[in-house]
Design a protein around this ligand. Structure first.
Ligand SMILES: C[S@@+](CC[C@H](N)C(=O)[O-])C[C@H]1O[C@@H](n2cnc3c(N)ncnc32)[C@H](O)[C@@H]1O
Length: 288
């Protein structure tokens, strides 16, 4: 097992600190309902005018797609890594009937916002919902504490995927499952980092990190996770996201380049699933 001393506690990167600090990105009108994700627009009529209702539904549907991809959650313990305001944790609790959901975020202000937003549930069902501050690369949980680990639109910020994979393989119990939704480059062609920095301010300022999706799938496998699969869900993310953006961002402005980066086969949105082998099968960093 990797002990605490071996898992160095990472420092929050400045762009993450700023974006999710006093500015409260969730309050920006391109997001809604306390969520901070691009949305999953499958099943939403994009030929009709979009409003707040559709925007919130798109973000909820991203969670539904993610949570639905790991099988039944009833009576299980679920960890969300990079939970933001915890809206997805609350949705999981309402709709999937797990035993407990723990939302973890690196930013103390996000954890505070999550606790405020869900004060009533936290008071009513303290054993079922909890929020904790912690980094994807250094999670404040015991080995094997969770049945399922999910992460929605946060892994693009994680500076060290190897540490995230090792922690994932550690905190999920043997036989447990993992699902991550985030955006990655489609391959590791040499100029992807500069291409994306040229197209998108969030890559230029260091908030988002350009890495191929294989950087995550390979580190998951190296950490001992099995049945690792990455599936593109970009066709259900980027066109809807761009249409929503078009309400306030003109053609040619940088946020509209997410769709361009997808169409140019540079960037895509992925769902990555994995499993921790059941007892008896060895995991990379266990038992060392
Ligand atoms: C785009 S928001 C997504 C929030 C939420 N999952 C949602 O869909 O509404 C990304 C979140 O990841 C958190 N985050 C960034 N880097 C992190 C890290 N290394 N470990 C844990 N959380 C991190 C940020 O503070 C932020 O709350």
């Amino acid at each position: 097992m990797v002990d605490d001393a071996q898992r160095a506690c990472p420092v929050m990167r400045p762009a993450v600190q700023e974006t999710y600090g006093p500015a409260d990105l969730s309050a920006h009108s391109i997001f809604a309902g306390g969520f901070i994700n691009f949305g999953y627009w499958h099943g939403i009529d994009l030929s009709q005018p979009l409003g707040q209702e559709e925007r919130i539904r798109s973000q909820e549907d991203l969670y539904r797609h993610v949570l639905g991809s790991v099988g039944p959650l009833k009576d299980l313990g679920v960890l969300e890594v990079g939970c933001g305001l915890g809206m997805g944790c609350a949705l999981a609790l309402r709709e999937y009937d797990p035993e407990q959901v723990v939302g973890m975020d690196i930013h103390p202000q996000q954890v505070r916002r999550a606790r405020d937003a869900h004060a009533e549930v936290l008071r009513r069902e303290p054993e079922r919902l909890r929020f904790a501050q912690g980094a994807a690369e250094h999670m404040p949980f015991a080995s094997g504490e969770f049945d399922v680990l999910v992460s929605v639109e946060a892994a693009q910020h994680f500076p060290d995927l190897t540490a995230f994979a090792a922690e994932t393989a550690r905190v999920v119990r043997p036989g447990g499952r993992v699902v991550v939704a985030s955006f990655f480059t489609v391959d590791d062609a040499g100029d992807r980092t500069s291409q994306l920095a040229g197209l998108l301010d969030t890559f230029a300022n260091g908030l988002d990190i350009a890495r191929p999706v294989t950087a995550l799938t390979e580190t998951f496998e190296a950490a001992g996770l099995t049945a690792v699969r990455a599936e593109s869900i970009g066709r259900y993310v980027w066109p809807g996201w761009d249409l929503w953006l078009s309400r306030q961002w003109a053609e040619g402005t940088w946020p509209r380049n997410f769709l361009r980066a997808y169409e140019q086969r540079i960037l895509d949105y992925y769902l990555i699933v994995a499993e921790r082998p059941a007892k008896g099968e060895r995991v990379g960093n266990e038992g060392e």
